[in-house]
Design a protein around this ligand. Structure first.
Ligand code: NAD
Length: 247
């Protein structure tokens, strides 16, 4: 895959899907900014691992749900590299409860971390990428944005909002040479899905046409494609990476 840009910011990159996206993009020649909030050791270890394989990486600590910190983080990258070519809004949380038991704060906190942060990232990307009239953003949503899910009205609302927001940013970014796309991962083997009981995992696996949970690499490869020049005519789309679970 070809990349016209030189660097990428991956949010929530110290673990799971974000870490795999970081390794994948570094192996393709991009300088990766590994964002973390609370896992400094894992972020540092990831940087060392990337560098050991000949890649270039830097760590950057901020909480994506703090808009000032996010803006400041992007400024740090611009001050260092002179540009930001790509952004992957990957950081996300769950706080599952049945709707009847969900407090308004439980709803708002997930919206803030997952959706408001992605808005801030997309908006700041639009500002800084406009200067070069080049850039590409991928938002990591979820299959449950498309299907709904019991116990996740907060999470599904945040991930569904990401999908429609991605289309609006794609419309506003197109005249400036900036593409915005989203990915809806199905069930991917990471810490987030480790929380599920074996029984629930088996129930889902039985329903997945490809009969397995996805890997973080499956998502990383899709991210790399959407960011790359090979996807230069693709914007505003949602790429389902779910083993056929929802078509
Ligand atoms: P994960 O919990 O391993 O990764 C999420 C990362 O985001 C963590 O490193 C966490 O510390 C970081 N993070 C959380 N809040 C943050 C904040 N405020 N600021 C900065 N970083 C923050 O989970 P994952 O499975 O790797 O999830 C990555 C993304 O993929 C999430 O957006 C998740 O919703 C989405 N997703 C995951 C699955 C799955 O099956 N694992 C399925 C669909 C979508």
């Amino acid at each position: 895959m070809e990349f016209n840009g030189k660097n990428v910011l991956v949010t929530g990159a110290a673990s799971g899907i974000g870490a795999e996206i970081s390794k994948n993009l570094a192996s393709r020649g991009l300088k990766v900014w590994i964002n973390y909030r609370s896992r400094p050791q894992e972020a540092d270890d990831l940087k060392v691992e990337i560098e050991a394989q000949g890649g270039v990486a830097a760590v950057i600590c901020f909480d994506v749900s703090d808009d000032k910190a996010f803006v400041e983080g992007i400024k740090t990258i611009i001050d260092s590299d002179g540009e930001l070519s790509y952004l992957v809004n990957n950081a996300g949380i769950t706080n599952d409860k049945l709707a009847l038991r969900m407090k308004t704060e439980d709803f708002e906190s997930v919206i803030k971390t997952n959706l408001v942060s992605a808005f801030v990232g997309c908006r700041e990307a639009l500002k800084v990428m406009s200067k070069k009239r080049f850039g590409s953003v991928v938002n990591i949503s979820s299959i449950v944005a498309e299907t709904g899910n019991v116990g996740q009205v907060n999470y599904t609302a945040s991930k569904g909002g990401m999908l429609s927001m991605t289309k609006s940013f794609a419309l506003e970014g197109s005249a400036r040479g900036i593409r915005y796309n989203a990915i809806t991962p199905g069930f991917i083997a990471t810490e987030m899905t480790d929380k599920l009981s074996d029984e629930v995992k088996k129930g889902y696996t039985d329903k997945i046409p490809l009969k397995r949970f996805g890997s973080a690499q499956d998502i990383a490869n899709a991210v790399a494609f959407l960011l790359s020049d090979e996807a230069s005519y693709i914007t505003g789309t949602t790429l389902k990476v779910n083993g056929g679970l929802y078509m």
